[in-house]
Design a protein. Structure first.
Length: 188
């Protein structure tokens, strides 16, 4: 850098991770949503990853200096299938259930976040300052490939919500519904 070039802070890093098992129907929602998100231009500092069922790997990756992490997953909360939720999961682990069993192939966002707390205590990794979950109410998580009709229809709404959260420039409007601050804030 020369004296004529002013220093500018690099953009805060954001990780968007699709979580889920594509062999369990609507559980593949997060994977499909990030696949579709990859078709859009994203701001500098925003990374997309298909984490699938690799929850332990995702927890380690989340400690790599990200300011914000968006987890995209199927999220059963008792709403109509296809309902998209925006949940704030930034809360420290003390608010989460303890002694969560680790199963590398069935790790929910809560399990990944609980593991994140353990890993950050034993490494030099930095926990993200903000963790959000973009979840979709599943209709069917039985064995089988492919999303149900209401969940497949919700993928575009989730993509638009994520684009708005990372301030990506998109010509299409944000999804209808309550403002993100009015949405549910309890983790899946």
């Amino acid at each position: 850098m020369n004296a004529d070039t002013p220093y500018t802070e690099p953009p805060a890093r954001t990780l968007i991770a699709g979580v889920g098992n594509i062999f369990l129907g609507d559980d593949g929602f997060g994977v499909e949503a990030v696949r579709r998100l990859g078709e859009h231009p994203l701001p500098d500092g925003v990374e997309i990853v298909d984490a699938g069922v690799r929850g332990v790997h995702l927890a380690y990756q989340m400690l790599d200096g990200y300011h914000t992490v968006l987890l995209v997953d199927a999220c059963a909360r008792g709403a109509e299938p296809g309902t998209v939720h925006l949940l704030d999961a930034t809360t420290p682990a003390a608010a989460r259930p303890q002694n969560t069993a680790l199963d590398g192939h069935h790790m929910t966002p809560d399990t990944v976040l609980a593991l994140l707390d353990t890993l950050s205590a034993g490494t030099d990794g930095r926990r993200p300052q903000r963790v959000l979950v973009v979840g979709c109410e599943p209709a069917d998580i039985e064995e089988g490939i492919g999303l149900s009709e209401p969940v497949a229809a919700a993928v575009d709404e989730a993509v638009q919500l994520i684009l708005g959260l990372v301030d990506a420039t998109e010509p299409t409007p944000a999804p209808a519904g309550p403002h993100p601050s009015e949405r549910n804030t309890t983790p899946c």
